[in-house]
Every structure is written in C-alpha cells, then in structure tokens.
Design a protein around this ligand. Structure first.
Ligand SMILES: [Cu+2]
Length: 134
C-alpha cells in the first residue's frame, strides 16, 4: 500500500467508526430518556402524589380532590384564566399567579381542608377547592 492509499483506508475506517457510534447513540438514547423518566417518577413517589389544578375563570378545576388522611399532595396550580389568582390551602399558599403562571404547594391531608383564592371577592364567588377524605 502506498502512502496515499493508506491514508484513504484510515479515513474510511474513521468514517465507519463514526457511523457505528452514531447508530449506537441513536439506539441508546431512548433508553437514557426512559431511565430519566423513571427517576422522575421515583422522585414524585417520594415527594407525594402530584395533582394538577387549573384555574378557569373564578373556579379551580377540579374543585374537589379526593385523598387519604396523612397523604402528601404536591399540587401544581396553573392559572389559565385572564385575572390574577392564588390558592390558600392549609398553612400553604401559592404565589400570586398572573395569567399563564404556575406555582406548586405541598400539603399533608387532614380532615376538613378547604382551599380558596385570597383575592377580594373571589372566595365569596365560589372560588374554593375542597379536599375530600376517602
Ligand atoms: Cu382568584
């Protein structure tokens, strides 16, 4: 093999290795993503039950959450309305949420928990969220 052919052979070999690595990466990547999701799920299990609550108009959706006494709930509140709101529940409260904003609170469920929006008049107009024991 002359020098030029040798260089050409090495270049081809390099391309081949690069192709194999890229194919391997594509096959491995979904498994890495999956492992990542599993880790997230485990964290959620440790952190408590995740609950999504949406604000629409002057309502929390859902406006009733069923839970067991002593259970920890990670409640994410997403304000999809067009006014500022918050959620006061137990000893916790979200930030004041402008339209489009979210915040989350963590509560431990006990009997007779009712949340509400603290903005003037909202609670009186029915902006409440009940935790119902099961
Ligand atoms: Cu409100």
């Amino acid at each position: 093999m002359d020098k030029q052919t040798q260089n050409f052979t090495f270049a081809l070999l390099g391309l081949g290795i690069a192709a194999v690595i890229s194919i391997l990466a594509q096959h491995l990547a979904p498994q890495l993503v999956l492992a990542d999701q599993q880790a997230t799920h485990t964290q959620q299990a440790e952190a408590g039950r995740a609950v999504q609550v949406r604000i629409e108009g002057l309502s929390f959706v859902p406006d009733v959450i069923e839970a067991s006494p002593g259970q920890t709930l990670d409640i994410e509140v997403h304000n999809t309305g067009d006014m500022t709101h918050d959620l006061v529940l137990g000893s916790q409260r979200t930030a004041l949420l402008a339209p489009g904003q979210r915040d989350h609170i963590r509560i431990t469920v006990h009997q007779g928990m009712r949340g509400w929006c603290s903005l003037p008049g909202h609670r009186q107009q029915g902006m409440v969220l009940d935790i119902r024991l099961r």
